[in-house]
Design a protein around this ligand. Structure first.
Ligand SMILES: [Zn+2]
Length: 207
């Protein structure tokens, strides 16, 4: 999967939990967090396909202002840090810390989920329906994404972009599992171009 942009966000991770971690890397790099506040969090969750338009509207109308929104936002940033630790361990082939698993479980327990079987384009799909009664339940789908990655994903395919100034996380879905860049259109072509000029310079200098 290459870089996909919905709205103003970029999704290259394949798993939404990795995309969420990537927003922290972008924040650290550009000093502007793509998720700057509660409203930004709700917008990101919507653009990531984790909540629908109705849920977004309800969340903003019900909790958009006030202390609950601030607490939820702070909780989401803490959870992002836990997920970042997990992603870092996975990408360097090390053991996932217990603190990360505890953080995921804490989120999973805060929302009642019902599995529902539906007919999809390519066969049957199991979907999860949930009640949204508290703002902190908004980030549960991210915990579900992390649980899905840990249970069903091939953990050796969690990688970081080989462009050192990028380093975004992604799940390598390429056929031969040889993907090195977050996306071919940006980092891939930039790094290939740099290698090309490097080779040309060396040739010209007769090395
Ligand atoms: Zn990249």
């Amino acid at each position: 999967m290459s870089r996909v942009s919905h709205g103003s966000f970029t999704f290259v991770g394949h798993y939404r939990c990795l995309d969420f971690v990537n927003t922290a890397l972008v924040a650290a790099r550009s000093r502007t967090d793509p998720i700057p506040d509660f409203e930004g969090l709700v917008t990101w969750l919507h653009d990531a396909g984790l909540i629908d338009a109705v849920e977004r509207k309800v969340a903003l109308a019900r909790w958009g202002k006030g202390r609950e929104a601030q607490q939820t936002y702070a909780g989401a940033l803490l959870f992002r840090m836990r997920l970042a630790e997990i992603a870092e361990r996975l990408a360097s082939r090390r053991q996932v810390p217990k603190s990360g698993l505890d953080a995921i479980n804490e989120q999973l327990h805060s929302r009642v989920t019902r599995a529902k079987l539906t007919r999809g384009k390519n066969g049957f799909v199991e979907r999860f329906e949930t009640d949204l009664t508290e703002p902190r339940q908004l980030i549960v789908p991210l915990a579900q994404s992390a649980a899905d990655l840990l249970c069903n994903g091939d953990l050796s395919l969690v990688k970081r972009c080989a462009n050192p100034s990028c380093s975004l996380y992604f799940y390598d879905t390429s056929k031969n599992h040889t993907r090195r860049w977050c996306s071919m259109e940006t980092c891939g072509s930039r790094m290939k171009m740099a290698a090309y000029y490097q080779r040309r310079r060396l040739r010209r200098e007769g090395r």
